[in-house]
Ligand binder design. Structure first.
Ligand code: OOG
Ligand code: NI
Length: 467
């Protein structure tokens, strides 16, 4: 196929995801192992389950699917990230406050850049979880440290003027001619490469005392991709195969437990950050070699998107599991992860129905309306895949990979940050994930009714797979 002479946003997005993946594979060889194992898991799953395996995304989509994670320091940097991803048809969706979601010191708030249209997601669903530091939060930073952090961050340039100009042009003109596209992709990839510049040791260590995440963001003059996550169709299988290869995974799979009913939302796990060589500049100007452990390998499995009601049920189930697990641990210090999973399954059985049809009927999950290809005039409901993240799991992922818990002074008042504040920092609209799912469902209903020439209210449905 000849290379396109003009690249549209989705083509820039797909090419950027590939280019970042190639770069990250060179930087973190264990990521390549993770990709190999993911491909094996997905191929075996499709071989076993046939067409059913692709109900939450075609195998082509799932094979190419990645999410990245990046971290920045200031609203200016955040707005620049928004311009770069805007060029690729990726928009900020959701507000995540991780400061309260974890017992250790994670002083960030986040959003995720992703495509928002169904057709765009199908072309390439690349998404990037993007966190920014909150230096004004007194639970983590003193006024003095905030001031020094702000001046350090203000003095650095993460994204050069040429990259930003190309991004703006791509967004304004709906893409870029191929030579400019190549330059844009090169500069965008380079912006997330691990820097070889010596790190100011005293500054880095001071921030690390507060939070390893703060040091990773504000202790160095550049940024980098923290992880790049493939999607698998069976995460329990992936976990077992990685351990069999001698790669130690974190203790748990975050998110819903494995159970007999429909998979919802997102399950994630990871392996520990790998020590990477870095150079430091000591207080007396000497350059020394050391290593840092900040990056890690993560993998995810995606399930059905939940409605606000479904999500509320999920959130209370998580709290119930936590409380029951804490009580069990108080009784028996040997209470382990397998027992916690068993307990979680019990809570799930009380909380969620075991069939997709019931999940749809009870208004807990999102389903689109598709005209039955059988020509019966009937309409089927098909599950909508969850395209977003979970704050608790995200905090858990951050936390399980930190070398220390850092320091958090819970007696101090936290700084208010919310979705509106984030939209202000981004300089553009922040989408609400529930609105996007509701929209997608409403449009499918109108579309199906139009195809059949009937009033949407009269449509009767069955659910695609009555499991
Ligand atoms: C982001 C952690 C959150 C996820 O998948 O929930 C995340 C980070 O480590 O920067 O990526
Ligand atoms: Ni992640």
């Amino acid at each position: 196929m000849p290379a396109p002479t003009f690249l549209e946003p989705w083509q820039l997005r797909a090419a950027f995801a590939r280019s970042l993946s190639d770069m990250y594979g060179k930087e973190v060889p264990a990521y390549t192992t993770l990709l190999d194992v993911s491909h094996e898991v997905n191929a075996d799953f499709v071989a076993q389950h046939g067409a059913d395996a692709e109900r939450l995304g075609s195998i082509a989509r799932v094979t190419a699917e990645r999410h990245g994670a990046i971290r920045v320091g200031t609203p200016t940097e955040m707005s620049q990230v928004a311009r770069i991803f805007g060029a690729m048809g990726m928009h900020p969706v959701g507000f995540y406050d991780l400061r309260d979601a974890s017992s250790s010191s994670v002083p960030v708030i986040s959003t995720a850049f992703r495509p928002i249209e169904r057709a765009e997601l199908a072309r390439n669903p690349f998404r990037v979880f993007t966190s920014m530091l909150v230096p004004a939060d007194r639970r983590f930073f003193t006024a003095d440290l905030e001031r020094r952090l702000e001046s350090f961050l203000a003095a650095r340039t993460l994204f050069g003027p040429e990259l930003l100009a190309l991004a703006d042009r791509a967004e304004a003109e709906g893409g870029l001619p191929e030579d400019q596209a190549a330059e844009f992709l090169r500069l965008a990839t380079e912006a997330f490469e691990l820097s070889r510049e010596p790190v100011d040791q005293a500054w880095y260590r001071e921030l690390e005392g507060v939070s390893a995440v703060a040091a990773d963001i504000g202790g160095i003059a550049s940024t980098h991709i923290n992880h790049l996550t493939p999607r698998v169709l069976d995460i329990d299988d992936l976990y077992a195969r990685m351990e069999a290869r001698g790669i130690t995974m974190i203790d748990a799979i975050q998110g819903p437990p494995r159970w007999e009913g429909p998979d919802v939302l997102l399950r994630q796990t990871s392996f520990r950050a790998l020590a990477e060589p870095r150079t430091f500049r000591t207080a007396d100007g000497e350059i020394v070699s050391d290593s840092l452990r900040v990056r890690f390998g993560e993998v995810e499995a995606r399930g059905i998107a939940l409605t606000r009601e479904g999500r509320a049920a999920y959130d209370s189930a998580v709290i119930e599991i936590d409380e029951a697990a804490a009580a069990a641990r108080a009784d028996d210090s040997g209470f382990n992860e397998a027992q916690r999973q068993e307990l979680a399954r019990g809570v799930w059985q009380k909380t969620f129905p075991t069939t997709e049809a019931a999940l749809a009927d009870q208004g807990l999950g999102w389903f689109t309306y598709e005209v039955d290809p059988g020509g019966t005039g009937g309409v089927r409901r098909e599950p909508v895949v969850y395209e977003d993240f979970l704050p608790r799991s995200a905090a858990g992922i951050f936390q399980s990979n930190l070398t220390s818990d850092g320091a958090k002074d819970a007696s101090q008042e936290g700084t208010d940050r919310d979705a509106d504040w984030m939209a202000g920092a981004l300089g553009r609209a922040l989408f609400d994930p529930f609105d996007l799912y509701a929209d997608q469902v409403a449009r499918s209903l109108t579309g199906a009714a139009e195809t059949l020439g009937v009033d949407p209210a009269t449509l009767t449905t069955t659910t695609g797979a009555l499991r």
